[in-house]
Design a protein around this ligand. Structure first.
Ligand SMILES: [Zn+2]
Length: 246
């Protein structure tokens, strides 16, 4: 493809992209709002799950602790009984140590149980709060989503047509040029290709172009960009030739 045709096709591609931008603009902040709400709901859901998982684990651990407490108490009773019957001081001391250790274990278990109960209370309260918040957010999300879907459906056909048209132009141009175009478009948030405007200025940033650049442009042997804003420059004849196309 000669440079002139490439520039022309790129310019046509941009015309379609600008129309697509216009359609998206009509949707305003709604798509971003819906996305934010979606994230919020997902976070709330995982927070609820986290708390519920903890509560489940707490029930299991509490049962274990009950069992352990029972065992330790029995051990203390057993050692106490044995201590009454011992004959030597050494045996007596050994059992006393066992009893002390078991009592310590008993205390630890009680402490753990108290901790779990305190955390359970917080978690239960959090779950209730999070669930209410979740329901509220979900309601807002659902209605906003419907609103967005209705808005999208209004321009759905138009959008489809533009996307098809866009593909048609994009297919004609090499990938490297397309990605260059996309990059400039992203950076400038709008037009990547601009004509030369009054007083030989760049149509994007309005800086005056050097005379040599103007000559180069007219030759159309290469794609030139503006030194100031990086946009691709097209001679006015390209704009005029494509005016009736789109
Ligand atoms: Zn410029």
């Amino acid at each position: 493809m000669v440079v002139k045709d490439k520039l022309k096709t790129l310019y046509q591609l941009q015309q379609v992209d600008l129309k697509l931008d216009g359609l998206l603009e009509e949707r305003g902040d709604l798509p971003a709002e819906v996305e934010d709400l979606e994230k919020k709901i997902t976070t709330l859901k995982s927070q609820v799950k986290e708390n519920e998982d903890y509560l489940k684990k707490a029930v299991v651990r509490k049962k274990e602790i009950d069992k352990e407490l029972d065992e330790v108490r029995k051990r203390i009773d057993k050692f106490t009984d044995m201590r009454i019957k011992v004959k030597t001081n050494r045996e007596y001391d050994a059992l006393s140590k066992q009893i002390d250790n078991s009592k310590e274990k008993l205390q630890d278990l009680h402490k753990e149980l108290e901790n779990i109960q305190a955390k359970e209370a917080v978690s239960s309260r959090d779950v209730e709060k999070l669930k209410v918040e979740f329901e509220e957010e979900e309601e807002v999300y659902s209605s906003k989503k419907v609103e967005l879907e209705e808005l999208v459906s209004l321009t759905h056909d138009e959008e489809k047509r533009y996307v098809k048209e866009r593909d048609k132009y994009a297919q004609k141009i090499d990938r490297q040029t397309i990605s260059r175009y996309e990059m400039i478009r992203k950076a400038t948030k709008g037009k990547a290709i601009v004509p030369v405007v009054r007083r030989n200025a760049c149509g994007g940033c309005y800086n005056v172009l050097p005379p040599q650049r103007l000559l180069d442009l007219r030759q159309m042997e290469k794609i030139f960009t503006c030194d100031h804003c990086g946009r691709i420059l097209v001679p006015n004849e390209i704009v005029e030739e494509t005016a009736h196309d789109v």
